[in-house]
Design a protein around this ligand. Structure first.
Ligand SMILES: Cc1cc2nc3c(=O)[nH]c(=O)nc-3n(C[C@H](O)[C@H](O)[C@H](O)COP(=O)(O)OP(=O)(O)OC[C@H]3O[C@@H](n4cnc5c(N)ncnc54)[C@H](O)[C@@H]3O)c2cc1C
Length: 632
């Protein structure tokens, strides 16, 4: 079949509203459709898209995450252009007690903690380069069959809240989040009759085949249907079932040390004696957690990931004599829009009237009034669509008591002044925007390469194919998206999760671009490059094609059953996390994220990058540390 016919069959001609151009650059460049009143309003003399009545980024589909327009000015700094190349500077004359760069959970928490410390009269400005606040904690909204479907653009769940620091627990509580409520809100029974399938694709395995019953059917029986060689099937079943000590003669500590120094791929090949033909089955298992495959993740990290993280069960450890994994808190602490709810609750407390309501229930369906975020009469202001390009002490090296912050908004360069500044943005970008930092600190910050990944959400007309197949997760080791799952079943407040298969549903699909064989940091750089060069149409075609191939046998029709697609492209995704196989064993205090986050005059550094751990509690803790450094 030629490409055109194939595209038609997949429904590529169906309208997916791609209104992802409401960002600074497209508008500044005059990318406006004639006759659209919303866009006409946006093109008014003052660049203030957030004030337009229809401005509501959570409902935008198409390419989201690091959407077009967010990186133009940042990348031109990276490419060596001077920060003031965007044109003459507009001095706004605005002065603040604190300017926060980055409106993710860390930046918003920093604003909150600062106000708590300094008092309600504190004047604070938060600048963010996206068209919505929340950073990775973004909200995706769909409409299907006249109902609203919610999902998350990035940060998914409050993971293990019992292990949060007192500071982070305290903040959740002040926001009104009672995590025990999720034991009821999250329907832990809805999918109990549905399991995991593996999808073997023809490009990787020679034939397309979807096999339900993974991790539930005895392995020899499950693998009998897989398009794998007899040797590969036998070997996979063997490592999953035999209880052999593959590291005999070593103590527990020595075993852990050894596992920490070899990749999981090497462990399977050299110690478990797995045939190389079987490796592709496991290659992408760690993508979700580590954004690289088993070539670049230590066997210890796979062991520690647990027995059954999102259906990925790593074999080979049962015979090592290790104690059973301690039971962790269930993975249920999930708002229907993920951790975007934390960001929305923070904004509710920071900016009066912007997020209506007063509870963790009503925030779920609250519609944010974006026109209120940057009101001149508000003590706390959040200015979106604003890329900070330069941060510098304005009163010389000796004083360092005043900071000038320059940002580009609507194509225009503007400056504001503040007594203090917190950089809660991607730490790897700080050397470009704050060149006055000491060289050693800049080098440390540059080490913190973030991991790229894509959270795609597809609104489906219904989920009967999943019901027919008896699955809610699909592991697709060679797929364009390597993991697919029905959304988390959470009903909170007025929001009711689609609980019958005939109802519309949001489907999650994970893609992690990487280049096996390189170091993780180089894999991340290569993956980021790939992401930035991949248009939405390529994603859409691959999404439709993969879903048709996986689910077609159960009645799924890609042209008929897809109601919306949002590709959350996180070119700058997870915070850098040290990798035992590739990074040095830094002494305490000499880790690049610790050197990198040092306060410099009136500038402090937050973001989860500063804690080298991609979690919301870390983002909060780092915000608190940065505020404490500035306020004493
Ligand atoms: C896909 C994905 C899934 C995740 N899932 C989870 C999860 O389930 N649970 C969990 O706890 N954590 C998760 N995380 C980790 C997540 O990063 C943290 O939880 C948290 O949201 C990070 O907040 P932050 O404020 O530190 O960083 P960010 O969310 O990255 O916010 C920083 C903000 O600064 C902006 N910025 C950067 N440079 C500039 C500039 N020059 N000018 C203006 N603005 C700038 C950025 O665009 C961004 O909006 C996930 C992350 C990703 C990418």
């Amino acid at each position: 079949m030629d490409q055109d016919n194939q595209d038609r069959e997949l429904g590529m001609q169906r309208a997916i509203p791609r209104r992802d151009f409401l960002n600074g650059v497209a508008l500044a460049a005059g990318g406006v459709l004639a006759g659209d009143p919303l866009l006409a309003a946006l093109m008014a003399e003052e660049f203030a898209p957030e004030k337009a009545p229809g401005y509501y980024p959570p409902a935008l589909m198409g390419m989201r995450g690091n959407h077009d327009g967010t990186f133009t000015y940042a990348h031109s700094l990276r490419d060596g252009k001077p920060w003031d190349s965007a044109g003459p500077t507009v001095k706004t004359g605005e002065t603040y007690d604190l300017v926060v760069v980055g409106g993710g959970i860390s930046g918003l928490a920093a604003a909150y903690f600062y106000r708590q410390k300094v008092g309600a009269s504190a004047r604070i400005l938060v600048l963010d380069n996206h068209d919505d606040f929340g950073g990775h904690a973004k909200r995706n909204e769909f409409r299907a069959d006249k109902r609203m479907l919610l999902s998350y653009g990035g940060a998914q769940s409050i993971e293990s809240p019992g292990e949060y620091s007192q500071v982070a627990k305290g903040l959740l509580s002040e926001l009104g989040i009672e995590t025990e409520r999720f034991y009821k809100a999250y329907d832990q029974k809805l999918y109990s009759q549905l399991g995991t399938a593996a999808f073997f694709d023809k490009e990787t395995f020679g034939a397309d085949r979807l096999i339900p019953g993974m991790n539930a059917t005895p392995w020899p029986e499950f693998l009998a249907k897989a398009p794998l060689s007899e040797t590969a099937r036998r070997d996979i079943a063997r490592v999953y079932t035999e209880r052999v000590d593959y590291l005999p003669g070593l103590s527990r500590e020595e075993k852990l040390a050894k596992l920490g120094k070899i990749s999981y791929a090497d462990y399977l090949l050299k110690y478990c004696k797995l045939t190389p033909e079987a490796l592709p089955f496991f290659q992408t298992f760690p993508h979700d957690l580590f954004c690289v495959g088993i070539d670049a993740v230590s066997a210890r990290a796979c062991y520690e990931a647990g027995d059954d993280y999102q259906s990925f069960t790593y074999p080979g450890f049962d015979g090592l004599g290790f104690p059973e994994h301690e039971k962790e808190e269930p993975y249920i602490f999930h708002f229907p829009d993920g951790n975007a709810a934390i960001a929305r609750l923070l904004v509710r407390l920071l900016v009066a009237g912007a997020v209506p309501g007063g509870t963790m229930d009503d925030v779920v369906t609250a519609r944010v009034d974006y026109s209120k975020l940057d009101a001149a009469n508000s003590r706390v202001r959040i200015r979106l669509n604003s890329t900070v390009v330069h941060v510098q002490h304005a009163d010389g090296e000796k004083a360092r008591k005043e900071v000038e912050i320059a940002y580009v908004r609507g194509g225009k360069l503007a400056t504001v002044h503040a007594k203090s500044c917190i950089l809660a943005c991607y730490n790897g970008m700080i050397p470009y925007i704050c060149p006055e930092l000491p060289q050693k600190q800049k080098e440390a910050l540059s080490y913190l390469v973030k991991a790229p990944l894509v959270y795609t959400h597809v609104a489906l007309r219904n989920w009967t194919p999943f019901q027919k197949l008896g699955v809610h997760h699909i592991v697709a080791p060679g797929g364009y998206h390597t993991y697919v799952a029905l959304d988390f079943p959470v009903s909170l407040g007025q929001y009711q999760f689609p609980s019958t298969p005939e109802e519309p549903m949001v489907l999650f699909m994970l893609r992690t671009p990487c280049r096996p064989g390189l170091s993780p940091r180089d894999q991340h750089r290569a993956g980021r490059m790939e992401l930035m060069q991949t248009p939405f149409s390529t994603f859409e075609r691959n999404i439709r094609d993969q879903l048709a191939r996986m689910l077609g046998g159960a009645g799924f029709d890609a042209a008929r059953d897809i109601e919306g697609i949002t590709v959350n492209r996180w070119a700058h995704g997870y915070a850098f996390t040290p990798n035992a196989l590739f990074d040095p064993e830094w002494k305490e205090g000499e880790q690049p994220w610790v050197i990198g986050r040092k306060r410099f005059g009136s500038i402090a550094i937050a973001n989860s990058d500063a804690g080298a751990s991609a979690y919301s509690d870390v983002a909060i803790d780092q915000a608190h540390r940065a505020v404490t450094e500035l306020t004493g």
